[in-house]
Design a protein around this ligand. Structure first.
Ligand code: CA
Length: 420
């Protein structure tokens, strides 16, 4: 598929993340406008609350865009999602008879503040990248036992926290927690000293389910995707992790990008999961290409310092697709809801410079990275800004994700001694 030209000129640049082919959905506000739904086109946002009020884009008899979340649109179902996308393409395409009406409803992105694009119903995080699981398993259990015995048979996950999911641009406070190194006699309560990132893609569930769903059904339930950074406190994790898994180490914050890239926009970039080393049980088997070819990158910039790319990888490195994760999630009968968010798991490639966490990049702190100013990084320092970016490369256009960034701010004073 080639570039679809728009009358919004900035959308037609070959390297712009938001051409007419993309049309990602977000929630924005300006000094004049309360938070509401919008669609990004080039450097602009089409105010969908205004377009709905004027009768230009109507999806339902009730207003669904004059609200600060996309959940109501998700609940209308995939047929309405397709109608909305088709109508937006009509309105924003080059030569559209609606241009003069829609022009009055455009807001410049740099004048807008972005908010969480949807109400996160619940958050589940997976551990579904083969290279990441092998690297982490090698560090913690040795190369012989790197992958747990169930890993090649199911996408392993855990139930996370929806309450600490934040939109890109939100500062991330270094957490306190219970720490105990292997040589310490006793645990202590202290600020995390091994604060880390996890480069992931988040799948946004749009259609509910109430019982087990097939991989095909799960694929149809996904509304879109965001970039996701699952901030991780490795020293808290190491002490609390056994036998149940992540808890406080993952509860501080999870950042997501502000624009939801729809599954429809990613259709041309579908690709297969890697070859199966063990055949999957039939209910988890691939029925078609359900991963996406999305180039991903992370940069780290120290406070006042130069930005450096610390990893480059691709979403197609995942062993399990989001549809397989969602199908597995439903096998118990667990109901899924519009606004459920599934983290893919850390996306690492096979090579050292393709690893999706500092834990892997610095190999547990043994091989620190050197930044342009000469300082070393094994884990994040206060003031560091991390930025995740990504896009799918088409023929003369890109379907891009909005950046997902956050700055690490210093730990507060001991929260239990403040009042003394
Ligand atoms: Ca994670």
């Amino acid at each position: 598929m080639p570039l679809m030209p728009s009358w919004v000129a900035s959308a037609n640049a070959a390297d712009h993340p938001f051409p007419l082919n993309n049309l990602p959905y977000g929630v924005f506000s300006t000094t004049q406008q309360e938070p509401r739904c919008g669609v990004a086109i080039g450097d602009m946002i089409l105010d969908l609350a205004a377009a709905e009020a004027a009768g230009l884009v109507v999806l339902h008899e009730d207003a669904v865009f004059d609200v600060p979340f996309w959940n109501e649109v998700m609940e209308l179902g995939p047929e309405k999602w397709a109608l909305l996308r088709a109508r937006l393409i009509e309105v924003l395409a080059q030569g559209s008879p609606d241009q003069s009406a829609a022009e009055t409803m455009l807001v410049t992105q740099s004048d807008a503040e972005m908010h969480m694009p949807f109400l996160v119903a619940e958050y589940t995080d997976f551990y579904a990248g083969r290279h990441h699981a092998t690297n982490v398993g090698t560090m913690f259990r040795g190369a012989e036992n790197a992958l747990p015995p169930n890993w090649l048979h199911m996408p392993i996950g855990y139930n996370g926290r929806a309450s600490s999911i934040v939109v890109s641009g939100t500062d991330i406070r270094r957490p306190w927690g219970q720490l105990k190194g292997p040589d310490d006699d006793a645990p202590r309560f202290a600020p995390c000293a091994r604060f880390d990132m996890e480069l992931e893609i988040g799948a946004v569930v749009g259609s509910p389910s109430d019982g087990p769903v097939s991989v095909d059904e799960a694929d149809q339930m996904i509304f879109g995707y965001v970039l996701l950074n699952d901030w991780s406190a490795r020293d808290i994790q190491a002490w609390e992790y056994q036998p149940l898994g992540p808890f406080q180490a993952k509860a501080t914050a999870t950042s997501i990008s502000a624009w939801i890239v729809t599954q429809a926009a990613l259709e041309p970039f579908r690709c297969n999961t890697p070859p199966r080393e063990q055949p999957l049980l039939s209910h988890l088997q691939d029925t078609g290409p359900m991963l996406y070819d999305i180039d991903l990158e992370v940069t780290l910039a120290p406070s006042g310092g130069q930005e450096m790319t610390i990893t480059r990888t691709n979403y197609k490195e995942m062993y399990y697709s989001s549809a397989q994760q969602l199908a597995h999630h439903s096998t118990s009968g667990c109901p899924m809801t519009a606004g459920d968010l599934l983290g893919s798991g850390t996306i690492s490639g096979p090579h050292k410079d393709q690893r999706g966490s500092l834990l892997e990049l610095s190999w547990g702190g043994k091989e620190p990275l050197t930044l342009p100013d000469g300082t070393k990084r094994s884990f994040l320092e206060d003031g560091d800004r991390l930025t995740l970016s990504g896009y799918a490369q088409g023929d003369g256009y890109r379907v891009g994700f909005a950046d997902c960034s956050g700055v690490v701010t210093p730990a507060l004073e001991n929260p239990y001694e403040r009042s003394k």
